[in-house]
Design a protein around this ligand. Sequence first.
Ligand SMILES: [Cu+2]
Length: 146
Amino acid sequence: MRRRLLLMVPALLASLAAARAQGPNWIVDGAWVKPSLEGALNSVAYFTLVNRTGSADRLLAVTTPVAARAELHRDEMKDGVMAMRATGPLALAPGARVVLAPGGFYLMLIGLKQPLRPGDHFPVTLTFEHSAPLTVELPVLAGPPS
Ligand SMILES: [Cu+2]
């Protein structure tokens, strides 16, 4: 048993090296955060998330030091009224691309601890069901990046 474990180690190291060489398993693209309005405690962040891990996963939670909470929301018409609702965990099949953009999904930053001004940037950490947590830096911009 012991011998077998030892033999497995080089294979494991080789697969870790291969994984690293392949680059990021998740791609976060086109990120931007709306500047907070004067005195506002909330703002919204947008980005595109692409699953390049090769396996299905779920985005379970998002955290950031600049807000008390960060939740995935979606605006929906319900009984003729536009309302937002929390989406809960976001399932991403292998190769799936989820676009957070005005009019659809977005990341709601709730309880801002500081104003967000154009030119600022701050980290958010994405926690997945299977993948290691991913921390990315989001820029505060007056509008979508071109
Ligand atoms: Cu919302």
